[in-house]
Design a binder for this molecule. Structure first.
Ligand SMILES: NC(=O)c1ccc[n+]([C@@H]2O[C@H](COP(=O)([O-])OP(=O)(O)OC[C@H]3O[C@@H](n4cnc5c(N)ncnc54)[C@H](OP(=O)(O)O)[C@@H]3O)[C@@H](O)[C@H]2O)c1
Length: 319
């Protein structure tokens, strides 16, 4: 039997590389893997770590590159879309680019062009679609994003659910974990807190901004489970899931856990209000999420924040 084909769009990014690694590590290598890159050639370290994978240059703004995938890789059974302008501050300064990339219209049009609609699209969205005025949002709560990033992501969700019939949209909280095979340029949350506190100087952390940070390997496990569900059941899905860790933690609590594990002086954590700092972009206050639907649908329970931080810092120590 021929292998199923998986395409990771945005495979060079933080989550994309972890996902490729997750698929590649499955016993018996049941998938043919391909990924896309955009700003630079695919990193050699990634190509070496994911042997026999195909790399394609794709620009979501124009759709350039998808035809080459049809010609040499063929129609994928599963596409995981991780491509985005994922930094809210950057979206805020160029809303047109944020919408052109974050709403994957060229990808959906390409998938719709195949005669058989047999591709599952797993699309990464964000907790920032919620306004942030209450705790533990559920999937059917109203969305009202406060920044361009969130607005582009909700536009993407609407586009996919109107134009495509086999999808899983994952509204993810902050994803944290070890660095990638080929290090990504953006700063990673735990590593950033760790290096800031390691300097021994007081740093500001917010007591009034709440998230449900999720360990990257849990996000990978969710994506592998969705892949498996589609391949084994062969029933198209229209699924919307909150993806977060099990706890609601403030930015200050996130830092306290890192300080505790590393043995840093907790008084280095200067607790302030998010309102005291201008970050050039509005950030929702409390977008903690209820993840009951995720746990019930896929039977996956993301690990507690503290355990994920330990695993992250242990992995960094080994590098
Ligand atoms: N990381 C988080 O904490 C987090 C939290 C919630 C939701 N998410 C969502 O999860 C997804 C993955 O996040 P991430 O942190 O892995 O993002 P990331 O590290 O910023 O990676 C973004 C990816 O998008 C690609 N890309 C950028 N512009 C593109 C374009 N015009 N055409 C095609 N590809 C393009 C990049 O390619 P190059 O590398 O070649 O530039 C890269 O592979 C995003 O949708 C993000 O919004 C992430």
């Amino acid at each position: 039997m021929s292998k199923k084909k998986v395409l990771v769009v945005g495979g060079t990014g933080y989550l994309g590389q972890h996902i490729l690694q997750g698929y590649a590590e499955i016993h018996g290598s049941p998938y043919d893997l391909a990924f896309t890159h955009q700003s630079s050639p695919p990193p050699q370290a990634l190509l070496d770590a994911i042997p026999h994978s195909f790399a394609f240059h794709v620009d979501l703004k124009t759709g350039e590159g998808f035809e080459a995938i049809s010609n040499s890789f063929g129609q994928p059974d599963v596409v995981v879309n991780c491509a985005a302008i994922s930094v809210p501050r950057i979206c805020e300064v160029d809303p047109a680019a944020a919408f052109a990339i974050n709403v994957p219209s060229s990808l959906v049009e390409w998938l719709s062009s195949f005669r058989k609609s047999t591709t599952l699209l797993i699309h990464l969205s964000t907790d920032q679609v919620y306004e942030g005025e209450k705790s533990f949002y559920k999937e059917d709560d109203e969305t009202d994003p406060v920044n361009v990033y969130g607005k582009s992501k909700i536009a993407a969700e609407q586009f996919i659910s109107e134009k495509y019939s086999n999808f899983a949209i994952l509204r993810s909280s902050i994803i944290f974990g070890p660095q990638t095979i080929s290090p990504v340029p953006k700063s990673l949350p735990i590593q950033w807190i760790d290096s800031a506190l390691a300097k021994g100087k007081k740093m500001d952390f917010f007591h009034d901004e709440y998230r449900c940070p999720v360990f990257v390997k849990d996000v990978v496990a969710i994506i592998l489970a969705l892949t498996n569900k589609w391949i084994s059941d062969n029933k198209p899905m229209q699924l919307l899931l909150n993806v977060g860790g099990p706890e609601r933690v403030s930015r200050a609590q996130m830092a306290e856990v890192v300080a505790h594990i590393r043995g840093y002086d907790a008084s280095l954590i200067n607790i302030v209000s998010a309102l005291s700092v201008d970050r050039g972009v509005k950030s929702p206050s409390d977008i903690s999420m209820d993840i009951t639907k995720l746990v019930q649908t896929l039977n996956i329970s993301p690990i507690p924040y503290k355990d994920g931080v330990k695993l992250t810092l242990d992995a960094e120590a080994k590098c």
